[in-house]
Every structure is written in C-alpha cells, then in structure tokens.
Design a protein around this ligand. Structure first.
Ligand code: NAP
Length: 313
C-alpha cells in the first residue's frame, strides 16, 4: 500500500490540512493524527472531520506514528524537531513540506534519533490562503513534489514517501537541497519578492490614490496582488533561510532590469520585442506541461453584457 498506518501531520494549515484530506481520499493512511499548537485550529480540524484524532501536544501526537510530516513555517522546524525527536518511534519516517530545503536539512536532521529516516519534501503547490479551511484534497494533483534526501538516506524510505506523494496525485522529482533552493529562488522566491515590492510601491504612491490602484488593477497589478497576499510568516522565513540563492538571483534580475531600462531609454523596440517574444514562449511551455490553464485571464469569469437600452426600460 502506498501509505502509512499512522500518519501524524504537524501544522494543520493550508498544506497540512490538504495532505490530511488528500491522504484520506486516496486511502493511504490508516489513522491520521492532526497536530497544531493552536487549540482553535484543532477544534476546527475536528469540526471539519479531516483527521481521526487531533491534539495540541506534538510529543504525544507523534508517538507510534510511522510517518510524521512537518507542515509549519521553515524557521519553526528546528524547535519542533527538538521537541518530537525523543518521542519518535524506531524506524519512523520524518518528512516536511518547507519551501526551503537546505535550512530544513541543517535544522531538523541533528534532532532525529538513530534509526529514524528523514526525507525532506517540497510540494510545489499552494495558494495565497492559510489555515485549515484553505486546504483541499486536490491541491497536489499534477503538481511536482520535490524530495531532497540527505546523502546516505535509506532508498526504501525515499521510495515510500515517493509512493505516498504519487498516491496524492503529485509528480515526484529528487534533487539536492542546494539545487532545489537555487531553482526555487528564481521560480518562486524572487517572483514573490517582486510581487511584494510592486504592491508595496503602489501602496506608497502619493500621486495615484489608493482607490485608483484598486479601480484599475485589472491592467496587471491585480495578478501581483494575489501573490503578495501570501502568508507573511511563511515568506519571511523563506527569504531569511534562502538568503544566498535569492540574493544571487536578485543580482541577475537587477542586471536584466537595467538592460531593459536601457532599451526603453534608447528606443530599442527590436530588443524589447525579441524579449517579449521569448517570454511568451515560456508561458506557452508552462501551459503545454499542464501546470497552468490555457483559459484567457486565468479563466476568470467575465460578466454578461448589459442589456440594450430598450430592453433595460
Ligand atoms: P499555514 O496555512 O499558515 O499553516 C502553518 C501552520 O503551522 C499553522 O497552523 C501555524 O499555526 C503552524 N505554526 C506556525 N508557527 C509554528 C510554530 N513555531 N510551531 C508550531 N506550529 C507553528 O501555512 P502553509 O501555507 O500550510 O505553509 C506551511 C509550510 O508549507 C511552510 O513551510 C511553507 O514554506 C510550505 N509550503 C507552503 C506553500 C504555500 O503555497 N502556502 C506551498 C508549498 C510549501 P498558527 O496559526 O498558530 O501560526
């Protein structure tokens, strides 16, 4: 069976609650134990019925689990690993979902006892919403889940967590933590930083009133606001723990931005056109790979035309 007898999930937010829902739907967890530090979250998990048992006590919750998945902000993992380490069952598999992998490997591994297998993972799937109500079982379908096992990890443990993610509908790829952090810096972390920056700049502008920013947001700004609404704690942790890769990619980004600035200044229309043609092809590639809808405007519904004047009377 591609699953576990007793799956403990720590952090019942968007990702943790989605794993609980998906594992239940796929039938790949005998018992699902939900763990969260917040009593309100645990009460909500019980109301939603997405786990078999729920507790705020992480040490007690992980006992007898054959798989424990940490679903908390990246910088919360170290303290959590130290807390649960002594209570893990022999032979248990510990994984996580953090958006940065080097820091997780560095912070978690030292707290895990001998005989416990550690296979970090990052499902590259999410939304701008947080908390147990935001999760849904289909979140990982046809999305990539990247495993970054430290050198020397038991291949059977890697195969087990791979089968688990595949049962949730995900495609699985394996890479080193450093490579993961570099790739995600340009595909996820820098785009989020740009969105946070552009939305912050617009919010600070004095010449354009905030109501105009909102009113005319469909011109492009609105798509940045979705990303810039992502969880502040999660993203603070991402930038503080993937500092080097993000700074490296930002350096390249700044050089390319300067080149664009020069093209605009010198009226280099051919240069601009050539770049925009290349970038359009990247979007087409993402759609062709099934990672995005081909529907115009992300498939947003458009209202009906108002009735002609004579019908309206
Ligand atoms: P979320 O919805 O905010 O849920 C995080 C959960 O962790 C909350 O229940 C939170 O409790 C708990 N938590 C926070 N700090 C904690 C601490 N110090 N100790 C114990 N529990 C703590 O966040 P999420 O979007 O599911 O993200 C969780 C992880 O998934 C992060 O590592 C993130 O990098 C990764 N990830 C996120 C996405 C995405 O798009 N959101 C995608 C892939 C991976 P409180 O409410 O009490 O703070």
């Amino acid at each position: 069976m591609p699953g576990f007898d007793r799956l403990a999930i720590i952090g019942m937010g968007l990702i943790g609650s989605s794993i609980a829902r998906a594992a239940r739907k796929a039938g790949c967890a005998g018992t699902i134990v939900a763990i969260d530090r917040d009593r309100g979250v645990i009460e909500r998990v019980v109301e939603l019925g997405i786990a078999d048992t729920a507790t705020t006590d992480a040490a007690q919750g992980v006992r007898d689990a054959d798989c424990v998945i940490l679903c908390v902000p990246v910088m919360a993992n170290a303290a959590l690993a130290a807390l649960i380490g002594p209570h893990l069952a022999a032979g248990a598999l510990v994984s996580d979902v953090g958006s940065v992998k080097g820091a997780v490997v560095r912070d978690v591994a030292p707290h895990l006892p001998e005989g416990v297998h550690f296979v970090p993972a990052h499902p590259v799937a999410g939304t701008e919403h947080s908390g147990p109500d935001a999760g849904f079982a289909e979140l990982f379908v046809r999305r990539w889940s990247i495993l970054t096992p430290p050198e020397g990890t038991d291949p059977a443990a890697i195969a087990r967590i791979r089968r688990f993610w595949e049962a949730l509908g995900a495609n699985v790829e394996i890479m080193t933590p450093d490579h993961h952090d570099l790739v995600l810096a340009i595909t996820s972390h820098v785009p989020h930083l740009i969105a946070y920056n552009i939305v912050g700049t617009a919010a600070d502008m004095e010449r354009v009133t905030q109501s105009e920013v909102i009113k005319f947001s469909a011109g492009g700004f609105r798509d940045f606001t979705r990303i810039a609404a992502s969880d502040p704690t999660m993203w603070r942790d991402v930038f503080l723990t993937n500092r080097e890769a993000v700074l490296e990619m930002l350096g390249r980004f700044n050089e390319d931005l300067l080149a664009l600035q020069r093209m605009i200044r010198w009226g280099d229309g051919d240069g601009l056109h050539a770049l925009f043609t290349r970038t359009r092809a990247i979007r087409r590639g993402i759609i062709a790979s099934g990672q995005e809808t081909a529907a115009p405007d992300f498939g947003r519904p458009h209202g009906a035309l108002p009735p002609p004047p004579d019908e309206a009377q």
